[in-house]
Design a protein around this ligand. Structure first.
Ligand code: AMP
Ligand code: MG
Length: 340
């Protein structure tokens, strides 16, 4: 375990990256599993350590916005506009990729996801490494993302060379992904930068169908990661809609001793005796995004069979939280009013 606030530790980690090793890295979204993005052998190791399907590409992380030019071509004006406003920050742009990036990194696509993260430790690491760092979330494939160094250790112990501890991830859900290769910019994954903010800056934004619901099995996902089961603890997750009281009545009627409840802090009194976990306050959507994955990981225990979950409504970061929770639930949502 290395310290994110130690220059010496970061220099050591940069040496590991240059030698093709894997390093767990802190970012403001979630922790990443970093490797030299220009070294296909190193990149292959990420797929192995995560157990990730090989057609699911990685995001390349850069220390300065202008470094986009070293890995992307045909960069449109709106990419620079977005970079100026939101980088460093939780926004990934899909752009045409240059030949210097190995096919492995982009899973054979002719585009690449590029992001300048806001965490200073990781920006320093990228600078000291001298290469863009390829990094997916540092969880085992399919599991909830990692938002602390301890989560990374739990999933990756023995599989990677080092972990940089940079404290808990502030945003807590992965970056917003926007595809800028189409005529109209397209939202592929909601995240810390909200759709409302993107529309305000760009004037237009399409939302990929994969964000809204389950993809039909024959659809080719624009963001390949979208077609996989994601963020899931081993228990079945069921989202229960409705008011606090309607949901509580439904859950109390169906819950068994081997089940659990994932709810808002304000709802805890409604679930006494039902094994409730609060992931944040409904009055503060940022607390929900920061707490979601950690709570899902806490509930990832063999003895828990079904998790009844409460999901925030509405836009902003709540939209991203809802998206992750719905994916964890495989879009299994019940409306208690239909049963009444
Ligand atoms: P993760 O690294 O686990 O946060 O996942 C990164 C996600 O970024 C992938 O699952 C893809 O959905 C998306 N992504 C990365 N590169 C591309 C690309 N070139 N085109 C579309 N989506 C991409
Ligand atoms: Mg991931």
């Amino acid at each position: 375990m290395l310290r994110g606030d130690s220059r010496e530790d970061l220099a050591y980690a940069a040496g590991l990256i240059r030698r093709g090793e894997l390093v767990g890295i802190p970012t403001e979204t979630v922790y990443g599993l970093g490797a030299n993005g220009l070294d296909e052998v190193a990149v292959d190791r990420i797929y192995e350590a995560k157990g990730r399907p090989k057609d699911n590409p990685f995001i390349l992380h850069i220390a300065e916005p202008k470094e986009m030019e070293s890995i992307c071509h045909s960069i449109p004006e709106r990419a620079w506009l977005l970079a100026e406003r939101y980088w460093p920050g939780p926004l990934t742009m899909i752009l045409p990729v240059k030949d210097c990036v190995p096919k492995r990194t982009v899973a054979g696509l002719d585009t690449v996801g590029v992001r300048c993260p806001a965490h200073e430790a990781t920006r320093t690491l990228i600078r000291l490494s001298g290469v863009p760092i390829a990094a997916p979330s540092a969880n085992l494939s399919g599991k909830p993302s990692t938002t602390t160094a301890q989560h990374v250790l739990h999933d990756m112990d023995g599989r990677i060379a080092a972990i940089i501890d940079g404290g808990p991830s502030e945003v807590g859900v992965e970056s917003t992904i926007i595809d800028l290769t189409a005529e109209v910019p397209r939202l592929l994954r909601p995240g810390g930068i909200t759709p409302e903010e993107l529309v305000a800056l760009l004037g237009e934004l399409e939302v990929d169908p994969a964000v809204l619901g389950e993809l039909p099995p024959d659809a080719i996902a624009r963001a390949p990661g979208m077609k996989y089961i994601h963020y899931s603890p081993r228990a079945e997750v069921i989202i229960v809609d409705g008011s606090d009281e309607e949901a509580a009545a439904y859950i109390r009627k169906h819950i068994r001793p081997e089940d659990a409840v994932l709810c808002f802090q304000e709802e805890l009194p409604l679930y006494e005796g039902c094994n409730p976990t609060a992931y944040g306050s409904r009055a503060d959507n940022r607390s929900l995004s920061a707490g979601l994955f950690s709570a899902l990981r806490d509930l990832d225990k063999p003895e828990i069979q079904t998790i009844y979950a409460r999901c925030p409504q509405g836009g902003g970061i709540a939209y991203a939280v809802g998206n992750r929770l719905k994916k964890a639930a495989g879009f299994h949502i019940v409306d208690p009013r239909e049963e009444a």
